[in-house]
Design a protein around this ligand. Structure first.
Ligand code: NAP
Length: 273
């Protein structure tokens, strides 16, 4: 039977902007009821306003996904409002740049908390509702979650952890009808004001040219839910990386070492543009 998103309840963490917001728009266009999330209530209100054409199909719940009690309250609020949850997209995340030896411990802490705990807590509290709906949980990872590169160490480690979490959830809940998938995104178009963390925790802008649009990323999330896909790697280069990493790891190493860290270049926010 083909997938019908009409009336399904979809919670997307970190959807006040960026890829999460575009994913929300796409599911809303296809008839789903959307719960937006982020920490900043003003930004969430702006996003709800931006999506006003979908009427009361769009609702928002401000919560910090690194706080288990806020995650529990968010899932309880979704169930109280809609009586069900069909899709959880663990999208909230934060990236960083810098050599591991230079990282302030606060960067290690933040990147780990948002990317790992910020996916684990919502999932933990959503599982009984997802079991009831035989729904989906999708984790938004990165090609840095396939392979470690210079400059993105702790981000890479955190995104790799999502694969383990998704595989364990699959092992524990497949028989309950729960689908757990991981989407490995390539470098994706950013909102103009997006920043990531520099080695000292200060905001940095990213200069690299995107290879994927936010819409393409959102379409990939939708397809994973529709087809209940376990793993999706975006872009031909991403698929090539997976192939090379699996069959020719020594060659992959050689290419990455030869790049001398140029793959993840970024500039400080206040440095000359
Ligand atoms: N952009 C890329 O090139 C790329 C590539 C590979 C993977 N990804 C992954 O894709 C996801 C989305 O990336 P993006 O570029 O769209 O990010 P973004 O534009 O920086 O948006 C991040 C979203 O997450 C929210 N957020 C951050 N920390 C949160 C927290 N503790 N609790 C709740 N919400 C939080 C933000 O809102 P508030 O700040 O208001 O909380 C915002 O809505 C991330 O997981 C990222 O790692 C991105």
């Amino acid at each position: 039977m083909s997938y019908d998103p009409n009336g399904k309840v979809v919670l997307i963490t970190g959807s006040s902007r960026g890829i999460g917001r575009e994913t929300a728009v796409l599911f809303a266009e296809r008839g789903a009821k959307i719960v937006l999330n982020g920490r900043d209530p003003a930004r969430l209100a702006e996003t709800v306003e931006r999506m006003h054409s979908f009427g009361d199909s769009v609702w928002s719940y401000p919560a910090d996904v690194t706080d288990p009690e806020q995650c529990r309250a968010m899932i309880d609020a979704v169930i109280a409002r809609y009586g069900r949850l069909d899709v959880l997209v663990n999208n909230a995340g934060v990236s960083m740049r810098g050599a591991f030896a230079d990282l302030d411990p606060s960067v290690i802490d933040s990147v780990t908390r948002v990317n790992i705990l910020g996916a684990a807590y919502p999932t933990r509290f959503a599982l009984s509702a997802l079991r009831a709906s035989r729904g989906s949980v999708v984790f938004i990872s990165s090609l840095a979650g396939v392979r470690g590169f210079a400059g993105v160490s702790i981000y890479s480690a955190a995104k790799m952890a999502l694969t383990g979490l998704a595989e364990s959830i699959h092992a524990e809940h497949h028989s309950d009808g729960v689908h757990a998938g991981v989407l490995f995104l390539a470098f994706t178009e950013n909102d103009p004001d997006k920043t990531i963390m520099g080695p000292d925790g200060a905001p940095m802008r990213i200069t690299r040219k995107a290879s994927t649009t936010q819409r393409q990323a959102a379409e990939a999330v939708y397809r994973m839910v529709e087809r209940r896909t376990r793993k999706t790697y975006l872009t031909a280069s991403g698929k090539y990386l997976v192939f090379m990493q699996r069959h020719f790891p020594w060659l992959t190493d050689a290419v990455i070492l030869r790049s001398k860290g140029s793959i993840h270049r970024a500039r400080r926010q206040n440095s000359s543009q």
